[in-house]
Design a protein around this ligand. Sequence first.
Ligand SMILES: [Zn+2]
Length: 171
Amino acid sequence: MSPDGSISFGSTLSVTMRCPLCATEDTKVIDSRPAENGGAIRRRRECLVCGERFTTFERPVIVATVVKRSGRNEAFDREKIRRGLEFALADRPVPEGTVDDIVVRIEASARAGSAHVTSQELGKAVLAELRDVDEVAYLRFASVYKDFQGASDFEREAAALEQRNNGASVS
Ligand SMILES: [Zn+2]
């Protein structure tokens, strides 16, 4: 602690990171450069004991808040979105990485809305993504999200989907 009360990390203002190989805390940054279009910083580090070189990424942490139907708030849960998508897309012929891509876009849009999003908005965003990717996956997700009660709900949704597709091909 310095006289003015602030905590000093030394002249470089950097804290050390443990070596992943030998676990010493004696490591240093040997290179820093922007990554992910400036959204992150990639650092190369070197262990001063065993010489191991490793990479770390520094990214801003912005946690979106999801407002539930009940009015309660909870932190945006990437894994929950992922599970919903994996359920909907199970065994569907979609390119590898589709789930990851959608999760990234959904999370980005959740953060963009001043970091507050309702669970309904999230559900609609997932449906909008799936509608463009795979109709079966869309219907699977809709059946859970919209709480389908029977076959007629499926037929109604499928008809709406078809109508939209026909409309899209005309325009
Ligand atoms: Zn080491």
